[in-house]
Every structure is written in C-alpha cells, then in structure tokens.
Design a protein around this ligand. Structure first.
Ligand SMILES: Nc1ncnc2c1ncn2[C@@H]1O[C@H](COP(=O)(O)OP(=O)(O)OP(=O)(O)O)[C@@H](O)[C@H]1O
Ligand SMILES: [Mg+2]
Length: 266
C-alpha cells in the first residue's frame, strides 16, 4: 500500500458549544510519509491543537478521513507519542522513571532491564546522562523538555506529535533543542507532526511546512523543504532560508486576514 503513514483528507470538525457549533477545521488535508516530519503553522486559535487530538485518536472528526498506517483512526492510539509546551513530569518519580512511564501503559516486548537500557540510551542521546536519578524540579526547563521528548519516544511510537514543544524556552535553548531533535531523528527515526509558531523552527526541523488558514482551518499552503544531509543553524542565514521565511510569513498574513494577496503556489 502506498498510502502515507499519516493521511488526513478533507477533515471537518466543529465543537459543540453553548452558543452552537463552532467549526474549527474545514477542509484539512495533511499527509506525512513514513519517516517524514511535517510542521504545521497557522494563526492562534485556528485549530492546530485540535488537529493533534484528532491524529492521536482522542477525538473523532465530524467528516473526512483520518488514516494512520493504513487504518482509519477511530479510537485513542497507543502508537502515538506526544510532547507539549509544558512537559508534565511526575515529581515523585526520577527522570529515568518518568521516561519509562509509557512502557507501563503500552504493551512492550522489552524486558525490564532492556527498558531501562533504552531509557538511559535516549537520555544520553539528548545530553541528560548523569541526570537519570534527579527529580524533575532539579532540572532546567530545557532539560525537562529533553526528558519529555525521550518519554514521547520510549515506546517507539508510529507517530510523534509535538504541540509547540519549544514555545516556553528562550531562543538559545530552543536552538539547542532543534539540534537535539536532529540527533534524535538520526538515531531513532520517527514520523512526526509538529505544531509551532516559529517559522525558523519549522524550516529547520521539518521537511514540509503546512500553513493553515484562519478558523475554520483548511490547508492553505504547503512548502517542501528539501535537505541534503544534516541541517546546520548557519543554513537559516542563507538567501534560500530568507526567501522561504518570507513566503511563509506572507502566508501567515493571508491566514490572519492581514493581506489581500491570494494564496500563491509553491
Ligand atoms: N473542547 C473545546 N470545546 C469548545 N471549543 C474548543 C475546545 N477546544 C478548543 N476549542 C476552540 O476551538 C478553536 C481552536 O482551538 P485549538 O486549541 O485547536 O487552536 P490552536 O490553533 O491550537 O490555538 P493556539 O495557537 O492558540 O494554540 C478555538 O477557538 C478554541 O476556543
Ligand atoms: Mg494550540
């Protein structure tokens, strides 16, 4: 089957509110091949987090199709890993035990010692070797987010969903985490969807950027970001990157209703 690993077609969804139905997604198409990494950007409140809930199977769309691995998504998926802006780590567990938490919920073939070995390996990959026995409050915000990425990947999910994962971090820490993401992907290949407000982040991390329109969101614009090998921060200061950022910024203005110019082709 040639279907992409994530295939979202013509999704429509409305929340039922006291004031009546609130259409949030209307004509959303997103498709992510196995091993692909798609960044989703769009105006605040347009429906990005709603999209992540639909992919995770936490909600059903009112209409349209959601496919994961060739199967219709109809119920919560344990094969999804998620990380959010504010990592929720359990203070009464060590960092190592926090990372291992999903393995207590999702069935695994790994023995206890293999599970621990895997958690330690992931923590070392993100630069947290030596912090395994610390409590979450003993770590900086950036370190907690690194641990939360390890936890999202520990059960080798089919799909990694990141909802503004670096939004609460300062600019330098965020750039460190971008490089960590590339290191993680090289060692632990995953298929990912990342929501972000940061256009530089989107072109540095993703191989495709999807711009959503204002609410109700539809897929307004899609930009492929080709890469030949590992990206470097310097790549963000090239004329090619400046051109891409300019196009995306313009698309966001259109999505916000701040530009009269029609959507252009990629
Ligand atoms: N459970 C809910 N019930 C009713 N309305 C909701 C619910 N969740 C979200 N909404 C509304 O749906 C719209 C989209 O919300 P969503 O959180 O998906 O937006 P978003 O694009 O992630 O926004 P942001 O960029 O600010 O994170 C908003 O207007 C929000 O008020
Ligand atoms: Mg959101």
């Amino acid at each position: 089957m040639n279907r992409p690993l994530i295939d979202i077609k013509g999704v429509y969804h409305a929340y039922q509110t006291e004031d009546g139905p609130l259409p949030v997604l209307n004509g959303l198409d997103v498709s992510v091949p196995e091993g692909g990494f798609v960044a989703v950007v769009g105006p605040s409140g347009c429906g990005k987090s709603t999209l992540t809930r639909l992919i995770a199977g936490l909600m059903k769309p009112d209409a349209g199709e959601m496919w994961l691995h060739g199967e219709r998504v109809t119920s919560p998926r344990s094969t999804v890993g998620m990380a959010f802006q504010n990592p929720v780590l359990l203070e009464w567990r060590s960092i190592l035990k926090n990372v291992m938490l999903p393995l207590e919920i999702v069935p695994t073939k790994l023995t206890k010692s293999e599970q621990e070995e895997r958690a330690r390996r992931l923590l070392a990959l993100v630069g947290l070797e030596g912090f395994e026995d610390k409590r979450p409050s003993e770590l900086s915000g950036g370190m907690r987010q690194r641990a939360s990425l390890c936890r999202a990947l520990i059960h080798q999910p089919d799909v990694l969903i990141l909802d503004e994962p670096f939004g609460a971090l300062d600019a330098f820490t965020r750039e460190d985490l971008w490089q960590t993401m590339h290191a993680l992907k090289a060692e632990e290949p995953f298929t990912g969807v990342m929501i972000t407000h940061d256009l530089r982040e989107s072109i540095f991390l993703a191989d495709q950027v999807v711009v959503l329109s204002g609410r109700p969101a539809r897929t307004q614009y899609v930009m492929d970001v080709p890469t030949d090998g590992r990206r470097k921060l310097d790549d963000l200061y090239t004329p090619d990157a400046a051109e891409r950022l300019n196009i995306l910024r313009h698309q966001i203005e259109i999505a916000q209703g701040r530009s009269p110019v029609e959507t252009e082709a990629a």
